[in-house]
Write a protein that binds this ligand. Structure first.
Ligand SMILES: *[C@@H]1O[C@H](CO)[C@@H](O)[C@H](O)[C@H]1NC(C)=O
Ligand SMILES: *[C@@H]1O[C@H](CO)[C@@H](O)[C@H](O)[C@H]1NC(C)=O
Ligand SMILES: *[C@@H]1O[C@H](CO)[C@@H](O)[C@H](O)[C@H]1NC(C)=O
Ligand SMILES: *[C@@H]1O[C@H](CO)[C@@H](O)[C@H](O)[C@H]1NC(C)=O
Length: 272
């Protein structure tokens, strides 16, 4: 008896249990993109007590960016069937240029929480035209079955990248090549020419502790997004201020291939 109990606990611990289907999450994401395109959150299935936050601050969903019609030039999403949650990045270059990262959590096929990191002019390295230009060229294909990394490996890759800012000697599993799209700026690119590049970073003037991490993980795409609080950057705030930030990673066989980072500034270009 004892033996079978511990075996079943072990099975729970090692087998990621899907809380909802990929097909449901894909359909729900298409609905979210449609709602965002027309600025009508009312067309979505929301729980009665849905929570809505932008840049780490809870706000009225009717006053949020989701209630604003946005002409979306490009979007990419990842699907977390274990958490029943999605992540979407959208790029808009027209009336009001934006790059927006959004996490949506579902319960019983309804949205129970939406939170976004919303960047626009004045935010860190913001350039929606640049973002669009580079993101469109990247290949985010599904990873063939049998070559997929586990959730733990994907999360560890993203965490290592963020942890390294606080511990410069920490090894980060960066692939070769590896490209980082930071706001609209692409690493190791000159003009419009994409070069063999790298995501290696120099050390910060002081070690940074990146907290408040919230994950969305997609084993099929080999992707993980981490909403987080980035300290130190914002010059108008104390060094421990948590700047709303999101890092999206595409990982191939344990190694990081692409990183997208967006960071919200409280003052233009965070005062730098
Ligand atoms: C989102 O991207 C997909 C292609 O990946 C496209 O088919 C769809 O039309 C886009 N949605 C919006 C609202 O732009
Ligand atoms: C929202 O409502 C659901 C269902 O009634 C409940 O389980 C959940 O705890 C509520 N969440 C909040 C944040 O109040
Ligand atoms: C934004 O990116 C585009 C495309 O890479 C580039 O042509 C443009 O000069 C950039 N704008 C700024 C203000 O850096
Ligand atoms: C940040 O640092 C200030 C002192 O500079 C301190 O008063 C405050 O409690 C700290 N906040 C957090 C969230 O650690």
């Amino acid at each position: 008896m004892l033996c079978s109990v511990s075996l079943s606990l072990l099975a729970v611990a090692t087998t990621a249990h899907a809380a909802c289907s990929r097909a449901f999450l894909q359909e729900a994401t298409a609905a979210y993109l449609q709602a965002q395109s027309v600025g009508k959150v009312g067309i979505l299935a929301l729980t009665s007590n849905v929570s809505y936050a932008e840049n780490n601050t809870p706000i009225d969903i009717q006053k949020g960016v989701i209630s604003e019609a946005i002409a979306i030039d490009f979007n990419r999403s990842i699907y977390d069937t274990v958490q029943c949650a999605t992540f979407t990045e959208l790029t808009a270059t027209q009336q009001h240029p934006y790059v927006i990262h959004t996490r949506i959590l579902y319960s019983d096929e309804k949205i129970r929480a939406i939170e976004s990191v919303v960047t626009d002019t004045g935010d860190w390295a913001f350039n929606a035209t640049g973002h669009l230009y580079w993101t469109k060229q990247e290949v985010w294909d599904p990873i063939p079955e049998g070559k997929r990394d586990s959730r733990a490996v994907l999360q560890a890759a993203g965490d290592a990248y963020l942890d390294q800012w606080g511990a410069p000697s920490l090894a980060v599993p960066l692939g070769t090549p590896c490209a980082r799209l930071e706001g609209g700026f692409y690493t190791a690119s000159t003009g419009s020419t994409l070069q063999a590049n790298t995501c290696k970073m120099g050390a910060f003037p002081q070690p940074l502790k990146v907290g408040d991490r919230r994950y969305i993980i997609d084993e099929e795409l080999g992707a993980v997004d981490i909403f987080n609080g980035f300290p130190w950057l914002e010059q108008s705030k104390p060094a421990n201020y948590s700047t709303p930030s999101s890092n999206l990673f595409k990982v191939h066989e344990g190694l990081i291939r692409y990183i997208h980072e967006i960071t919200v500034c409280a003052t233009p270009r965070c005062g730098l």
